[in-house]
Write a protein that binds this ligand. Structure first.
Ligand SMILES: C[S@@+](CC[C@H](N)C(=O)[O-])C[C@H]1O[C@@H](n2cnc3c(N)ncnc32)[C@H](O)[C@@H]1O
Length: 222
C-alpha cells in the first residue's frame, strides 16, 4: 500500500475540512506530554463523527474509550447547549487529562466522564434506567467489542447510530489463523453486527495518517 500517498491525501482533506483549533491541537499535545499513546481518531475521522452526530440531530451521545478527550471534543461540539455526552474510560490518568481538555473546550457542562471498566459501567447504566442515546461511539479495548455492542443496543432506540472504530486492523480480519485477541474480538463483533436484525450496518475502510483500518457504522431499525 502507498502509505505516503494516503497520508498526503489525508492531510489535503484535513487542510480543507478537518480544521483543528488550538483546543484540539492542545489536546494532542497534552497527551504527548502525559505519555498517553497517540491512538486518538484522526482529524478527518473526528470531523466525520461530528457530522454524523449533527446529521442524526444527536442530543445524547455515549462514548466508550475517552483517552485524552480528542474524539470527545469533536463529538461534544456537535451537541446543542442542552446536550449530554457520557464517555467511559478505564484509566484514571487518561480521564484526568481528558477532563482538562474538555474544560478547555468549554464542554464540561455537557460532558461527563465515568472511570472504570466499560463492562462494569454499562450494566450500571442500564440498571439505573439511563435514557437511550442517539449515538454511541465504541472505541475502547477491542476484545469485548461484541459485548459492548450488546450493551449499546440496550442503551439505544430506533434511529440510534452506533459506530465502532478499528474493526479491520490492517486487513488481519481476513486471516483465520491470526491469534491476536484484538483481531479475534473485532471479527466476533463484525459477525454479530452483520447478523443482528435490529440494525442495518456496514463497514468502511479507513486509510490516511493512521494505519489501514475500518469503522463500522450501524443504525438501529424501527
Ligand atoms: C483508542 S483509545 C480511545 C481514543 C479516543 N476515542 C479518541 O479517539 O480520542 C482507547 C481508550 O479506551 C480505554 N480503555 C481500554 N480498556 C477499557 C475498558 N475496559 N473500559 C473502558 N475504557 C477502556 C483506554 O484506556 C484508552 O484510553
Amino acid at each position: 500500500m502507498n502509505q505516503e500517498l494516503f497520508e498526503s491525501v489525508d492531510k489535503y482533506i484535513s487542510d480543507l475540512f478537518g480544521y483543528e483549533d488550538d483546543v484540539l491541537k492542545g489536546a494532542i499535545k497534552s497527551m504527548e506530554e502525559a505519555n498517553i499513546p497517540a491512538i486518538s481518531v484522526s482529524a478527518n475521522q473526528g470531523k466525520f463523527l461530528q457530522l454524523i452526530a449533527r446529521m442524526n440531530g444527536a442530543k445524547r451521545i455515549l462514548e466508550l474509550g475517552t483517552l485524552g478527550g480528542y474524539s470527545t471534543i469533536w463529538l461534544g461540539r456537535a451537541l446543542p447547549y442542552d446536550g449530554y455526552l457520557l464517555t467511559l474510560e478505564l484509566e484514571q490518568a487518561h480521564a484526568d487529562v481528558a477532563l482538562q481538555n474538555i474544560i478547555k473546550a468549554g464542554l464540561d457542562e455537557i460532558v461527563e466522564i465515568k472511570v472504570g471498566p466499560a463492562l462494569e459501567l454499562l450494566p450500571q447504566l442500564v440498571a439505573g434506567g439511563e435514557e437511550p442515546f442517539d449515538m454511541i461511539f465504541i472505541d475502547a479495548d477491542k476484545q469485548p467489542y461484541a459485548e459492548y455492542f450488546e450493551w449499546a443496543l440496550k442503551l439505544s432506540k430506533p434511529g440510534t447510530v452506533i459506530i465502532a472504530d478499528n474493526v479491520i486492523r490492517e486487513g488481519l480480519v481476513l486471516d483465520d489463523n491470526c491469534t491476536d485477541e484484538r483481531v479475534i474480538g473485532v471479527k466476533r463483533f463484525n459477525k454479530a453486527l452483520a447478523e443482528n436484525k435490529r440494525v442495518s450496518a456496514t463497514i468502511f475502510q479507513t486509510i490516511g495518517t493512521k494505519e489501514h483500518d475500518g469503522m463500522a457504522i450501524a443504525v438501529v431499525n424501527s
